[in-house]
Design a protein around this ligand. Structure first.
Ligand code: SF4
Ligand code: SF4
Length: 175
């Protein structure tokens, strides 16, 4: 192993000078490429979960309940890679330069986007996708409007109905 002699080390240190900064008395260098915590714009987010799938550290998670879809960002696990912002189809994620995130309350490190699911237009009871997701689908594929407001089971029934009507057959829903 190449051992450096102490005197040589001192000589290098003397020539290099002080390279550390007196943080927090002096502000650190924040470059244009610096990545801090992310912020999700709830008005743009469609609740697709693409950011959750790509997140390598599980800082982003998704939770489904009967009437809600919740995207949670736990800053404590974030490694500031920026992958979530890259994949978001609606550019709802901004990478900020915020890095001073220490807190005494762990709840401060959780940020939630809550989407309320829309009631199916056909059965009037089952809840399915968030409103923003439905609007996004219709914007992308206008012909899908009839199906976009329906829950999955009703979509299937409507499809079968259409097929049978097309063949002159009567559709009777199973009890
Ligand atoms: S920046 Fe990376 S680690 Fe942080 S939430 Fe986004 S994908 Fe996950
Ligand atoms: S932030 Fe973007 S990628 Fe993540 S759920 Fe919302 S729309 Fe999808």
């Amino acid at each position: 192993m190449n051992k450096m002699k102490p005197l040589k080390l001192l000589d290098i240190a003397r020539k290099t000078g002080v390279v550390t900064i007196r943080y927090p008395d002096k502000p650190p260098l924040i470059t244009s490429e610096f990545r801090g915590r992310i912020v999700i714009d709830a008005s743009k987010c469609i609740g697709c979960g693409a950011c959750v799938n790509i997140c390598p550290s599980n800082a982003l998670t998704i939770k489904e309940t009967y009437d809600k879809r919740i995207i949670n960002y736990f800053i404590g696990r974030c490694i500031y890679c920026g992958s979530c912002a890259d994949v978001c189809p609606v550019k709802a994620i901004t990478i900020t330069k915020d890095f001073e995130l220490a807190t005494e309350n762990i709840k401060d490190l959780n940020n939630k986007v809550v989407h309320y699911k829309v009631v199916c237009c056909r059965c009037g009871s089952e809840r399915h996708a968030p409103e923003n997701m439905i609007k996004f689908v219709i914007r992308r594929v206008p012909v899908a409007e009839t199906y976009a407001h329906m829950a999955t089971n009703c979509k299937k029934r409507k499809f079968v109905e259409g097929m049978l009507h097309g063949r002159g057959m009567l559709y009777v829903e199973a009890k």
